[in-house]
Design a protein around this ligand. Structure first.
Ligand code: NDP
Length: 172
């Protein structure tokens, strides 16, 4: 994987995988950033949801979503907690979130009792149910009753990812 990543021209690296772009993200410099988390930042910005000073909790630490999501939120001035499969007592952490980002890959695992009333919840998950329908990592029904804002699945982060990918490709 490393050889493939290093073979990419950083200036054409529209999903921000090359170490040059990963490094720029860590440092907080402009670069190509992974499209899904960058799309989430654009969603928050578009909806007028400020990030600075907020407690953002990211569930998932993958290279493509969770980690860059945490870095982007940190760079934007949030206080960031990153949770993953080894995290103990996940609900006690998710309940502290002003902004909760679910990028786990487990259908409807974030339920209403895990969310602080009035929180902004971003559902990155795309999971296929046995009946063929798509659903996110957030249990939309129970969380919609508690959260102030909740991104839908399908029709939320997925299309934003594609839009950002097209924009990055144009830029490249
Ligand atoms: P990965 O499988 O690479 O990562 C999942 C992460 O979730 C890991 O960090 C894992 O922890 C963590 N995790 C797994 N189980 C638990 C648990 N029980 N409690 C807490 N954390 C847990 O997935 P991706 O990041 O690639 O994708 C996540 C989801 O987002 C998927 O549903 C995927 O389809 C979707 N996705 C959507 C995109 C879009 O455009 N909307 C784009 C990319 C992904 P650990 O590291 O400890 O194993």
């Amino acid at each position: 994987a490393r050889a493939v990543i290093e073979a990419i021209d950083p200036g054409k690296d529209v999903d921000g995988f090359h170490y040059h772009n990963v490094g720029a993200l860590v440092v907080g410099e402009p670069a190509f950033y992974p499209c899904t988390p960058w799309g989430v930042m654009k969603m928050l910005e578009h909806e007028g949801i400020g990030v600075e000073g907020k407690h953002a909790v990211v569930v998932g630490r993958s290279t493509i979503v969770g980690k860059p999501m945490a870095l982007l939120l940190l760079n934007a001035g949030a206080t960031v907690t990153v949770c993953h499969a080894k995290t103990r007592d996940l609900p006690s952490l998710t309940r502290q979130a002003d902004i909760l980002v679910a990028a786990v890959g487990r259908a409807r695992m974030i339920t209403g009792d895990m969310v602080k009333p009035g929180a902004v919840v971003i559902d990155v998950g795309i999971n296929r149910l046995p009946d063929g329908k798509l659903c996110g990592d957030v249990d939309q029904e129970s969380v919609a009753k508690v959260a102030a804002r909740l991104s839908p699945v399908p029709g939320g982060v997925g299309p934003m990812t594609i839009a950002v990918l097209v924009a990055n490709t144009l830029r490249a």
